[in-house]
Design a protein. Sequence first.
Length: 261
Amino acid sequence: MSPKLKVLINFLWKKRTLYVLLGMLIAVGIFILILATTLNVYLPGYLDVDKRAFVMESALRIDSLEVENNLRMAYLNNMLDILHDRVKTDNLLPYDSTVPRIQDTLLPASEREQAFVAKYENRERFGLNALDQLNPTTPTIVFLAPVRGRIIHYDDDATPTETHIELDGNVTVLAPTEGTVVSVSYLMNIGGYQLVLQHAQDYLTIYNNLTSVMVEPGQKVKSGQVMGHAGNVEDPSDSWMGLSAWHKGEYIDPETIMPIE
């Protein structure tokens, strides 16, 4: 072995030289690891402008979502406290602490109060009192018969706010007078459509158990216009239509304003 090679080997085997080489290898390995992986995003100033803008926008969105989530959770918690009667009473004293507080008592409603509430709800059922009062000089509306049939009389337990009319098969349902269609819905309990018609002078008529409807909510109809069909062709014993009339929120007998039979 040549003397120069021996000198080189002795130099490399020295501890200080080995430590330096090992440190250089570790530094090169870390540098390659950062460049070859996504760890480079953690280096300060390494991100480009687009990536930095995306990160900032994502952070702002997350912050906004967190604020909105906190608001919704606070709302839901308040609703749960109200439903479970966990709302705490107000601890604020009046301005004059010498004045005694008036304690609110949740006394049950008396029979007279309950009767008044029931009468008021029945009168305000369709909110007709918000309209103008009926002018006595206004001529009376003439109602035509929406269908031709026979009125079915019920027992005492029947609903007093609806008149059932027995029909001969499937017939057309006509508008008794001019009006506006308020709503059209399908009632699952009777298996037919319900049509609500608003007329002038605070009159309202309701038609139940229709087999088909040819008008839509908000549509204005003329007197005698076909609004739909009612009646059962396959089972004549189940061929009927429900009719009710209201005036200023109070139920009236349809026979008093239109010739049904």
